[in-house]
Ligand binder design. Structure first.
Ligand SMILES: *Cc1c(COP(=O)(O)O)cnc(C)c1O
Length: 498
């Protein structure tokens, strides 16, 4: 299997090269040149495997230039080293018949990003070795809160790498900020920027694709790579849990083999839901892909109308990891739906960058309507969904999963559809204790994040993740912030480049 750029399909490279480069020099994203297929009996056989075993099988289909031993070693380092707090890497909970929650947040940073970022450093260092470069890799990250910490945990002290994270100064939760500024490791840097997530992402993309910056790094024996979900090494691991969840539901007798499963995904950069799309294309019987947004509902409008328009107000919400107006991974979906027409895709995204808007063809609009259903929740609606989930099932969800629960209700109210459903649960409620407590009508007073966690613990009955309670004794290391335009200066300074 080869990987091609969404903006230049004649460029063909191996998965190792795609993972090392992160983003294509033409600004496009790397996608596989074909999507591997699984038969129903192969999928059902996964029901007897552990998560790491299923991961090995799925990776072997996408990373065809990796040896079986290389894949096994990456998978085991990520998922068998004790960094996940629960017995299963992915925990599937049934709220009621036909409604399941896929808890993806039992990793070291308590968000689903760990599912991919615990393995990405291993995929990346293996890829670097395979491509024969002798350069050190500097991983640049723009984060809306969860990616940054998950990437820092994955890459800290990883040989031959360094990692620099930019986050929006006022755009992350107090707990998320604390997680990042107390990060340990000798190869890490964290910096706040005066702007929002899109500013951070645009800044990082610019630094990545500027040839003169690349040349300067190269002179210093360094190359950039990306840990954002534009990197194929982030996306491939996310496909695994949709395949595994379907197999598990069949094994548990929740659904029969071949029966459709709807998937609800709280969506920001479109990575997680795109992974569910790939699982569907591989043969997993996924029904509707239900895209749940917060008030930054650019995707709701797009999936309904075919018009992507980022010229709108940006909202800071209680689900900060979804406060995004430019959803990078949409480009991959549109590439596949256009039949791999890279000229067409390059045109759309040129329009997006010049006018902030594009409209897709009638044919693509039709595919979007068939594949997706989309809606959004305001903060009040999200809080109401958190409260009603607690009241009905005694189950506490975080603010992002709350958006998904609220949109799922809108879907069933509007369509009456009762297809068996899995909701992707993307973070521990302990990462957003203020908003969750307020949704549950519990007063959290003026205490610090840890006192709030104690209140939430009494209310929810969920154990406080060790990774969060340990933060209490850690000292902040990274307190600086820069203007949007000074991101490159910070990079050069931290890397010791003049
Ligand atoms: C990143 C994140 C999302 C959004 O996922 P995308 O892949 O960017 O769509 C949702 N919830 C949480 C908790 C996240 O950290």
């Amino acid at each position: 299997m080869y990987y091609e750029s969404t903006r230049n399909s004649t460029l063909k490279i191996t998965s190792a090269e795609a993972i090392v480069q992160g983003i294509s020099p033409d600004g496009g994203l790397f996608v596989p040149d074909g999507i591997p297929e699984l038969s129903l009996s192969e999928i059902s056989a996964f029901g007897k495997l552990s998560y790491p075993e299923t991961a090995e099988k799925v990776f072997s289909l996408y990373l065809t230039d990796f040896s079986a031993d290389e894949i096994k070693s990456c998978v085991e380092s990520a998922y068998c080293s004790g960094s996940f707090e629960t017995e299963n890497v992915d925990e599937l909970k049934t709220l009621r018949q036909g409604l399941n929650i896929l808890e993806l947040w039992h990793g070291p940073t308590c968000a689903f990003k760990d599912m991919a970022l615990q393995i990405l450093p291993h995929l990346l260092t293996t890829s670097v070795r395979k491509t024969g470069t002798d350069k050190k890799v500097c991983v640049l990250v723009a984060t809306s809160g969860d990616t940054g910490k998950a990437a820092l945990e994955g890459f800290k002290d990883a040989k031959g790498t360094s990692i620099l994270v930019f986050y929006p100064e006022n755009g992350v939760s107090a707990m998320q900020k604390l997680q990042m500024i107390t990060q340990d490791g000798s190869n890490v840097g964290v910096c706040a920027i005066k702007g929002n997530f899109d500013d951070a992402q645009t800044g990082v993309k610019k630094i990545f694709t500027d040839p003169s910056i690349g040349a300067k790094l190269s002179e210093n024996g360094i190359m950039f790579s990306s840990a954002n979900s534009i990197n194929w090494g982030r996306l491939a691991p996310q496909i695994v849990y949709y395949v595994a969840a379907y197999a598990k539901l069949v094994a548990q007798g929740e659904i029969s083999l071949g029966e459709k499963l709807n998937v609800v995904v709280p969506t920001g950069n479109f990575g997680n839901i795109l992974a569910a799309y790939y699982a569907k294309r591989m043969g997993v019987p996924v029904g509707k892909l239900i895209c749940a947004s917060n008030s930054n509902n650019v995707l709701t409008d797009f999936l309904r109308t075919g018009v992507y328009d980022r010229n709108r107000r940006f909202y800071t919400t209680i689900s900060p990891s979804m406060d995004i107006l430019v959803s990078s991974n949409l480009e991959r979906l549109l590439y596949h739906l256009s039949g791999g027409d890279s000229e067409y895709i390059a045109g759309l995204f040129a329009e997006l960058s010049s006018k902030g808007r594009f409209e897709v063809s009638e044919e693509i609009k039709k595919s979007l309507r068939e594949l997706f259903w989309a809606d959004f929740c305001t903060d009040d609606e999200t809080k109401a969904a958190i409260a009603s989930t607690y009241d009905r099932y005694g189950y506490t969800v975080d603010t992002h999963t709350g958006v998904a629960v609220g949109v799922y209700k809108k879907y069933t109210d509007e369509t009456g559809n009762q297809t068996c459903t899995v909701i992707a649960s993307t973070a521990s409620p302990y990462k957003f204790p203020d908003a969750v407590l307020s949704a549950l009508g519990a007063s959290c007073g003026s205490g610090d994040e840890f006192e709030k966690a104690d209140v939430l613990c009494k209310k929810s009955g969920l154990p406080i993740p060790k990774a969060l309670s340990e933060l209490k004794s850690k000292k902040p290391r990274f307190t600086g912030s820069v203007e949007r335009g000074d991101m490159l200066g910070y990079v050069y300074e931290t890397l010791g480049i003049k």
